[in-house]
Design a binder for this molecule. Structure first.
Ligand SMILES: Nc1ncnc2c1ncn2[C@@H]1O[C@H](COP(=O)(O)OP(=O)(O)OP(=O)(O)O)[C@@H](O)[C@H]1O
Ligand SMILES: [Mg+2]
Length: 546
């Protein structure tokens, strides 16, 4: 279709608002344009978080000289023409807003060649106006370079996060699109370093391996359901893979990357009791639905969509995942203490949470998870994991105050491959992690060699621990909270697990250590470490008077 400026009638129906909020919005728009242009290779380069320099290069259909001049005008698009087209959009773009919106907040260079022109067209725009026109040479495709984003908009610049955080955001977008379009070869280069490189061979599992690593990719289960109206396809993790953040859920609607709480809820419903609370799976789904069943024109950044029938989509996603999960290997048997309502009424929360802990005598271990102890005030049931977490947490914080992390060197350094986003988070958090006892050095594109770890991480799965720490740090900006969360996470990973058998000596030592902490009644997350059944309650429960 030729590029034309939309009639005011159609233009007025486009969801209005701020299109470019940060460097990653520019990347998203340019990526979508390249994909709509049929590109099979797309390279994204960024410097300084994408603020000083951003470039997207594709080998798509390109623009002629005339088309390039039109493309930069507001509401100029080749993707729709009439009102009715808004009802069934099959391209990622449709508003004719992206290029002019970018040109309004940055200097832009466009270099593009379509198959019918002999030379490529070069345009330089400042403040949205063309300041230079040239003929240049390049193969078919388009390169758009964006300089000095928001230079004339200090208020917006102030709103941006650190360059590495912004780089992380834009790396996420490229990663997501590489999952939506595994047949396209993507490359991200951040500050001169390759952050992501996909093969573009069309294999989703391979694309996942590029982003999340081979280990997860191999375990993923195939999701494929061919309902008449709604087709759900993709991969989902078995219950053995559990993540501490929701950021491993990727949803595409007709291959458009979207954020949608309905879809997240459908995933939660499907995984039901399969995951521990607060844990999330890795899920990559494309929902193919007739374009008229979904409204993509509801938000200026197009990250949100509205389904005509939420119910139908919810059910389809849940069912597709259920079918896939049935094929998952059975999880290992774990001991799960059941806290039904009757037990809760008997075991009341103890007032020790606030006060100190009395001297306790160890009686034994229950379900390999709880320590039974007797004190002057009755019976105590101590959650061994939560109690140990409290002990370790205070130890870590004390070591930190003295700037003396207790670390242990690895006999053999461990290579850890990070996702593009984790890699950015790591670069930004390396100092903090070093202060806690981690020693990591670069080893290839997104691979790091772990040379030392905090001493308490003795027997843990170090790769998982590091990755989880980075996921968590990626979601936290406040420096004090970041510190606190690292300590919490280290304590959690280093602590004795539920299900671990302890001998009397272990239990006695743990209780003594817990007694010495400042807040023995709660774990670092604020959950109780123990419940207390007073002598009084015991008497009452057994129907004894007085
Ligand atoms: N990389 C590209 N290769 C070929 N043509 C492009 C490219 N980028 C933009 N165009 C052309 O320029 C037009 C305007 O692009 P722009 O991104 O501003 O609007 P759009 O993609 O139509 O809609 P939206 O604002 O929703 O992205 C497109 O319709 C397309 O025809
Ligand atoms: Mg566009």
């Amino acid at each position: 279709m030729p590029i034309k400026v939309l009639s005011p009638e159609v233009a007025s129906k486009i969801a209005a608002g701020e299109v470019i909020e940060r460097p990653s919005s520019v990347v998203k728009e340019l990526l979508e344009n390249s994909i709509d242009a049929g590109a099979t290779e797309i390279t994204v380069e960024a410097q300084n978080g994408g603020v000083s320099f951003l470039r997207v290069t594709d080998n798509g259909c390109g623009l002629s000289a005339v088309e390039a001049e039109i493309a930069i005008r507001r509401h100029a698009t080749s993707k729709i023409t009439k009102l009715d087209d808004l009802e069934h959009i099959s391209t990622l773009g449709f508003r004719g807003e992206a290029l002019p919106s970018i040109a309004a907040v940055a200097d832009v260079e466009i270099l593009s060649k379509d198959p019918d022109s002999n030379a490529a067209t070069y345009l330089h725009l400042e403040n949205g106006k063309v300041t230079a026109r040239e003929k240049k040479s390049r193969p078919r495709g388009t390169t758009i370079t964006v300089h000095h984003l928001f230079r004339s908009f200090p208020a917006r610049l102030k709103f941006l996060k650190s360059p590495s955080t912004e780089a992380g955001h834009l790396a996420t977008f490229v990663g997501q699109y590489s999952l939506a379009f595994p047949e396209v070869k993507f490359q991200t280069i951040i500050d001169g370093r390759v952050n992501l490189r996909t093969s573009g061979n069309g294999d989703l599992r391979l694309a996942i391996a590029e982003i999340y690593g081979l280990e997860i990719a191999q375990k993923m289960l195939v999701v494929a359901s061919g309902e008449a109206m709604i087709k759900i396809e993709g991969l989902c993790s078995p219950p053995s893979v559990q993540r501490s953040s929701r950021s491993y859920l990727s949803f595409f609607v007709n291959r458009r990357y979207v954020r949608n709480s309905l879809l997240s809820k459908a995933v939660e419903a499907a995984y039901g009791g399969l995951l521990m609370t607060g844990r999330h799976p890795v899920v990559i789904l494309n929902i193919s639905i007739p374009p008229e069943e979904v409204d993509v024109n509801v938000h200026p950044t197009k990250l949100e969509v509205k389904f005509r029938s939420n119910n139908a989509v919810f059910t389809a996603v849940q069912k597709a995942l259920n079918n896939a999960l049935v094929k998952a290997p059975l999880p290992a048997v774990t001991i799960s203490p059941d806290n039904d309502a009757r037990a809760a009424s008997l075991w009341e929360r103890s007032p020790v949470a606030a006060a100190g802990l009395p001297v306790l005598r160890t009686l034994g271990q229950l379900s390999a998870s709880y320590i039974l102890a007797e004190g002057p005030e009755g019976l105590y049931l101590i959650d061994q994991h939560a109690a140990h977490e409290r002990v370790l947490f205070e130890k870590i914080m004390a070591q930190r105050a003295e700037k003396k992390p207790e670390l242990q060197g690895m006999l053999e350094p461990l290579a850890i491959e990070l996702t593009p986003e984790q890699d950015q988070v790591f670069r930004r958090s390396a100092d903090l992690l070093h202060e806690f006892g981690f020693d990591m050095e670069p080893f290839g594109e997104r691979t790091w060699l772990l040379r030392a770890v905090p001493a308490m991480l003795n027997n843990t799965n170090l790769k998982e621990t590091v990755k989880e720490l980075l996921d968590m740090l990626g979601n936290e900006q406040d420096s004090q909270k970041r510190e606190h969360k690292v300590a919490q996470s280290l304590a959690c990973h280093g602590a004795i697990r539920a299900g671990e058998a302890l001998d009397t000596e272990d239990m006695r030592r743990l209780i003594t250590q817990l007694e010495r902490t400042s807040q023995p009644g709660t774990c670092p997350h604020g959950r109780p470490t123990m419940i207390h059944l007073s002598s009084q309650q015991l008497k009452k429960e057994f129907g004894r008077s007085g």
